[in-house]
Design a protein around this ligand. Structure first.
Ligand SMILES: [Zn+2]
Length: 308
């Protein structure tokens, strides 16, 4: 009863939300890049004046938006070993998904404080290429989804032209109904189609398109206010502490919509989780502290941990 009322509330609120409008920059102090607001993905509250809760530059409480514990990793790493790696990497919270969902549930059972479960629409690796045209995937997702546990559906792969397919629409509808996220691996054209197809959908763009240029990422974030991007496997962001200028512009223009990520898509990637985030910290320290704090953990905690 209460849950039903809450859901109705959420739906009403969602329906009442204004459709995203063309991005308009808010006026800022001279010389500061404009920040683009999003009606769906709320801006971070300003910290109370004079309060610095953690030493600046430590980044020992990261939010990692792209971790998998899929079947091929189970024989190489126990759940306890993977949780130990995540903690050693200074990850406070991780979005975890797996093929099949069992791997995610094992980690969640062991560390519910750390793991935020996401539900992949894949039962085996064979689903990756054909899930968008396989109606049985909908039944798998609907029967596996756990309200209050899974905070999103994904990571899934989406090609240009697939956002309108019936199976994809069913998955998008479920996410909107439940007010959870869609974690999509797609290029800039496919992500734009998905974002446009349902302005109420909250979309986390995996790898920020993987091979999309920083300029293309900026354009997507400018134009689609229901999209946030995570940086798994984006080695082009920085060389040591030297941040690529085009990426710096993305971060300072959209500080509230960029997250970190690793992507343990094959077992060997677990070997790089700790070292990878040491590299991440190098370039985070080269950003304005308030921008770095949001990307390091603030955005993830706000978007995925705040009750919705
Ligand atoms: Zn992945």
């Amino acid at each position: 009863m209460i849950r039903g009322a809450l859901l109705a509330c959420l739906l009403l609120a969602a329906c009442a939300s204004p459709a995203p409008v063309p991005a308009r920059a808010e006026p800022t102090a001279a010389g500061t890049p404009p920040v683009i607001p999003s009606p769906l993905i709320t801006p971070a509250p300003l910290p109370p004046a004079g309060v610095t809760p953690r030493p600046a530059g430590a980044f020992d409480q990261l939010f990692d938006a792209h971790i998998h514990y899929s079947q091929d990793a189970w024989s190489e790493y126990t759940p306890a070993q993977t949780i130990a790696i995540l903690r050693r990497a200074g990850i406070r919270t991780a979005l975890v998904s797996s093929t099949p969902d069992t791997g995610t549930q094992r980690l969640y059972a062991l560390a519910p404080d750390l793991v935020v479960p996401m539900l992949r629409p894949y039962r085996t690796r064979d689903d990756i290429g054909g899930w968008t045209r396989d109606g049985t995937v909908v039944a798998y997702v609907e029967s596996t989804y756990r309200r209050g546990v899974h905070q999103g559906i994904g990571e899934f792969h989406l090609l240009q032209g697939e956002a309108s397919l019936p199976v994809v629409r069913r998955i998008v509808d479920l996410a909107v109904r439940e007010s959870i996220w869609l974690h999509a691996h797609a290029d800039e054209r496919a992500i734009a189609e998905l974002a446009r197809s349902e302005p109420r959908a909250k979309i986390l763009w995996a790898h920020a398109g993987l091979s999309s240029s920083a300029a293309a990422v900026k354009a997507v974030l400018d134009q689609h206010l229901n999209v946030a991007a995570e940086l798994a496997l984006r080695s082009d962001v920085a060389n040591g502490p030297a941040i690529d200028p085009a990426w710096r512009e993305v971060f300072t223009r959209h500080p509230g919509r960029v997250l970190l990520g690793t992507d343990t898509w094959i077992p060997s990637r677990w070997e790089d989780v700790v070292a990878g985030h040491e590299r991440t910290r190098q370039w985070l320290r080269a950003l304005p502290p308030e921008v770095a704090a949001q990307i390091a953990s603030g955005n993830g905690e706000r978007l995925f941990r705040t009750p919705h």
